[in-house]
Design a protein around this ligand. Sequence first.
Ligand SMILES: Nc1nc2c(ncn2[C@@H]2O[C@H](COP(=O)(O)OP(=O)(O)OP(=O)(O)O)[C@@H](O)[C@H]2O)c(=O)[nH]1
Ligand SMILES: [Mg+2]
Length: 274
Amino acid sequence: MESLYPHTGSSYSLGITGAPGAGKSTLTEKLIARARKDGHKVGVLAIDPSSPFSGGALLGDRVRMQSHATDPEVFIRSMATRGHLGGISLATPEARRVLEAAGKDIVVIETVGVGQSEVEITDACDTTIVVLNPGWGDAVQAAKAGLLEIADVFVVNKADRSGTRDTVRELKQMLDMTNAEWKPEIVETVATKGEGVDELWAAIEKHRAYQEEKGLLQVRRRRSTEREIKEIVAERFRRRVEDEAGSLLEELVNDVAERRLDPYAAADRLIGSL
Ligand SMILES: Nc1nc2c(ncn2[C@@H]2O[C@H](COP(=O)(O)OP(=O)(O)OP(=O)(O)O)[C@@H](O)[C@H]2O)c(=O)[nH]1
Ligand SMILES: [Mg+2]
């Protein structure tokens, strides 16, 4: 990272998240084509936070983006982050920097929306795109999952299916109730046919321009750098606990289990010993 770092910082990154099967990879493949039209060099990270293996689902991602396989200016990498130190929140910025240093100026990060991964991805990207599908209740679920706060652009993909209007309307109503300064645009797409992709690209560029004009991009990146440094520290501590304090930890577990000590006091002792 030391030798790589001076060559980084020159990309704009898009985070694409949403439920399994929402159409993220299909959409990404169309976005790559759109970005290439403007001469961008594109790196793609398809992250599967639930699997420790780069297996099945990830292979699917590669297959869906196959049409760019022979383009030397497009690089697609699948990553499984479970078991990776620091998980998605450390793996993502690391991988992004490698792509930046390799000259990619647009980096697309696709993550399946499970657990905390949607929120973690917004920490690491410049524009967050949340992909939903038509269907009763999906907009409500999005709200419950905290996606209204993290989305900079909403995509209702599979707009060839019934219920698209309703989902868009519900989403609008819910967004009207929030008082965020940036109102996310809602774009309807049929990713399989490439419909709505130009509109999506325009919405992304609008959000980018908004952030750049208001100086918000810098603020966002600083915040993410701060989080990353803290995460590295936490990870190092975790590792040191395992490497240096294994037997003390075992003792403390006994003490806590037998009610001689509470877990917080045990943690204090462990930290003290480091
Ligand atoms: N009808 C319809 N099907 C679509 C559309 N976009 C994607 N699909 C299909 O939906 C399925 C899932 O698409 P993917 O692009 O793999 O979805 P994903 O969100 O990347 O899936 P995971 O990475 O497994 O979470 C595929 O069979 C696509 O062909 C669309 O706009 N309309
Ligand atoms: Mg996918």
